[in-house]
Write a protein that binds this ligand. Structure first.
Ligand SMILES: C[S@@+](CC[C@H](N)C(=O)[O-])C[C@H]1O[C@@H](n2cnc3c(N)ncnc32)[C@H](O)[C@@H]1O
Length: 244
């Protein structure tokens, strides 16, 4: 029997997961930004702002944004590193990447863009000062392989930033569950005409490793000084680790 993994609450062959994730993001790409603002009440901007401002990324740095989608973090990195730096916007999904690239171009930002699978990064060893992945790791089939790839492309001393949904503070869980499983799919249906993708979003969040498990996974991939910061009662956590 082939290896199994999960796609939301469903169990699927490992070979099927990337295709199913691709369907989700091809379907939502055009409405992704408006849905992000709507679903989070704009909070995703605060979570991303915190990631950027606490990153330690400086002028002249080389930064890789993995699963960068519509380009929010890449735009932020570009402002921080300035003309002497280098920022790559990458994603496995052509629809998401096209929306991201067009959006940045409309804002006058020309960044290198690459269609890239996080599990097989097309970059040399020891190249980047920082690697970021926001709300992307959850969707990857082999998270351990992806984390090792992120480690490989970082320079010694370089930093990984993983922004991801995580385990909420227990008293919040009933409200969060109600919102995720009742409201989100309805919003998805009304705005993006796609309830299933937003049902997957809610399910995939529940299946994602919690704060401590992800911390251990980063340690296993070779990162040192790994720590995390909860935001909005653990709805989201920012994990950081250093390649020594
Ligand atoms: C929820 S979106 C996040 C987009 C953006 N980072 C943000 O925070 O708004 C998740 C992204 O992960 C991408 N993704 C999923 N699996 C991937 C993989 N194996 N390698 C690279 N990107 C992947 C999807 O295509 C999608 O664009």
């Amino acid at each position: 029997m082939n290896n199994q993994t999960h796609f939301g609450f469903k169990t699927v062959d490992e070979s099927e997961k990337a295709g199913k994730v691709a369907e989700v993001f091809h379907s939502v790409a055009q409405k992704y930004d408006v849905m992000n603002d709507l679903m989070s009440g704009g909070l995703h901007r605060v979570w991303k702002h915190f990631t950027l401002t606490t990153s330690g990324v400086r002028a002249g740095d080389k930064v890789l944004d993995i699963a960068g989608g519509t380009g929010d973090l890449a735009r932020g990195w570009a402002k921080r590193v300035g003309k002497s730096g280098e920022v790559w916007l990458t994603d496995i999904n052509s629809s998401m990447l096209t929306v991201g690239r067009d959006r940045l171009l409309d804002e006058g930002l020309i960044l290198p863009v690459s269609l890239a699978d996080a599990e097989k990064l097309p970059f040399p060893d020891n190249y980047f000062n920082a690697v970021s992945v926001a709300f992307g790791l959850r969707n990857m089939t082999h998270k351990d392989v992806a984390l090792k790839e992120m480690f490989r492309v970082l320079k010694p001393g370089g930093k990984l930033l993983v922004l991801e949904f995580s385990k909420v503070w227990k008293p919040l869980a009933p409200f969060y569950d109600f919102y995720s499983f009742k409201a989100l799919p309805v919003m998805g249906k009304l705005v993006a005409n796609d309830a299933d993708s937003y049902q997957y979003l809610a399910e995939s969040i529940r299946m994602h490793p919690d704060q401590e498990t992800l911390k251990q996974m980063m340690l296993d991939a070779g990162f040192g000084r790994v720590d995390y910061h909860n935001m909005t009662g653990g709805v989201v956590a920012l994990h950081k680790g250093i390649k020594f």
